[in-house]
Design a protein around this ligand. Structure first.
Ligand code: AMP
Ligand code: MG
Length: 324
C-alpha cells in the first residue's frame, strides 16, 4: 500500500515552518524560516516575515522530502495558541493550498503538538512534560483524556523572561543561548525564588536582573537568573512526578536547548529513578513536523476535516480532548 503523508504548517510566533511526515512517523522534511531581530517580535513585522518566506519554506520541504502534492494525503496547520497576525499567515496559506490541491484540512493545537512530537522522537509513552518555551512554562501530564496543566507560570514564560532581560542587557533576540554562554563564567547573586504551590513566577527574577545591569557583571546576572529559575522548574517537575507516579520526564520547548537546565533535571530524575530525556534540539523549537504528526494522530482517531477553520489565539492545552 502507498504510504500516507501529512504536510504540517506552523506559524504561531517567530517561526514559519513546514513539516512532511508519513503516517508511520517518519519525518521526511522539516523546513523553517525563523524571524530574529534586536527589537523582539513586532507583530506586523513578523507577519510580513512569514508572508515573505511561506512559499519557499513549503517548496523546500516538498523538495527535500521528494514528495509531490499528489502524494500528500492531508494538510494540517497550527491554529493556536499564538500571535494572531502570525497565525493568520499560516491559516491563509493552509486554506489556499488545501483548496488548490483538494486536500482535507484541519487546525491543530500547537502546544499539544509540542507534546506528541516529543513522544514520537524520544519513544516516551506517558511522561510528565516540562514545557518551557518563549510564552509557555508548564508542567503537564495526561490524565482522564486531557493533558492537564499541573503547574504553570503565573506571569510570563521563562523564555520571554530571559529574552526581556536580554533586551535590557543588549544581548539580542532570542537571548537564551547568549545567556547560557555568559552564565558559564558567572557566580551566584541571590535572586527571588518564587514557587507557589505548583506554580512559578519569573517577573521578580527578571526585574531584579534588569535593575542590577549597571551594578553587577552580566555573567553573574545570567548565572543567577538560570540557577534560580531552573531550580524552581526542578521543584515543580519533581512534585508532579511524585503526584502522578509517572516514570518519564520529557523536557520540551525552546529552552530545552539549555545544557544547564538539562543537567539539573537529569540529576533530579536520577535521584527519583525516573527516566529523563530532552526533546532533540531540532524538535525543541517551533516547527511543522509536530503539526503534521499531531494531525496524523487526530486523523487516525477519526477527527473530521473542516475547511471553515479559524485561528484560536488563546486555545489552551487542556481545551483539547485527547481522542487518539
Ligand atoms: P520556543 O517558543 O519554544 O520557540 O522557544 C523560544 C525560546 O527559547 C526563546 O525565548 C529563547 O530565548 C529560548 N532559548 C533558546 N535557546 C535557549 C538556551 N540555550 N537557553 C535558554 N533559553 C533558550
Ligand atoms: Mg512553541
Amino acid at each position: 500500500m502507498k504510504k500516507q503523508i501529512c504536510l504540517g504548517i506552523e506559524s504561531t510566533a517567530h517561526t514559519f515552518g513546514c513539516g512532511i511526515v508519513s503516517f508511520d512517523g517518519e519525518i521526511l522534511a522539516n523546513e523553517r524560516a525563523v524571524y530574529t531581530s534586536q527589537e523582539g517580535m513586532i507583530p506586523d513585522v513578523v507577519r510580513e516575515h512569514h508572508k515573505t518566506h511561506a512559499d519557499k519554506v513549503i517548496n523546500d520541504a516538498l523538495q527535500k522530502s521528494e514528495i509531490s502534492w499528489k502524494e500528500i494525503s492531508l494538510i494540517r496547520f497550527s491554529q493556536g495558541p499564538g500571535l494572531a497576525p502570525s497565525l493568520v499567515v499560516g491559516k491563509d496559506k493552509a486554506i489556499e493550498l488545501a483548496k488548490k490541491h483538494n486536500k482535507p484540512l484541519i487546525g491543530i493545537n500547537h502546544c499539544v503538538a509540542h507534546l506528541t512530537i516529543g513522544n514520537l522522537v524520544t519513544g516516551f509513552k506517558d511522561p510528565v512534560y516540562l514545557y518551557v518555551s518563549g510564552v509557555n512554562t508548564q508542567v503537564i501530564a495526561l490524565e482522564n483524556k486531557k493533558f492537564r496543566v499541573f503547574g504553570e507560570t503565573l506571569d510570563i514564560g521563562l523564555g520571554n523572561a530571559l529574552d526581556k532581560f536580554g533586551r535590557t542587557a543588549n544581548l539580542g533576540f532570542p537571548a537564551g543561548p547568549k545567556i547560557e554562554e555568559l552564565a558559564k563564567k558567572g557566580k551566584y547573586i541571590e535572586f527571588p525564588y518564587s514557587v507557589k504551590g505548583m506554580d512559578v513566577s519569573f517577573s521578580g527574577i527578571m526585574t531584579k536582573a534588569q535593575q542590577l545591569i549597571k551594578k553587577e557583571k552580566v555573567e553573574d546576572l545570567c548565572y543567577s537568573f538560570q540557577e534560580t529559575s531552573f531550580s524552581m522548574l526542578c521543584e515543580i517537575a519533581e512534585r508532579a512526578l511524585a503526584y502522578t507516579n509517572k516514570k518519564e520526564l520529557l523536557l520540551i520547548g525552546g529552552v530545552a536547548a539549555n545544557k544547564r537546565l538539562n543537567e539539573m533535571l537529569n540529576l533530579m530524575c536520577e535521584a527519583r529513578n525516573v527516566e529523563y530525556k530532552p526533546v532533540p534540539i531540532q524538535y525543541t523549537g517551533d516547527q511543522g513536523a509536530m503539526i503534521a504528526w499531531q494531525g496524523i494522530l487526530e486523523f487516525k482517531a477519526g477527527r473530521k476535516d473542516n475547511l471553515n477553520v479559524d485561528i484560536k489565539p488563546h486555545e489552551r492545552t487542556d481545551d483539547v480532548e485527547v481522542i487518539w
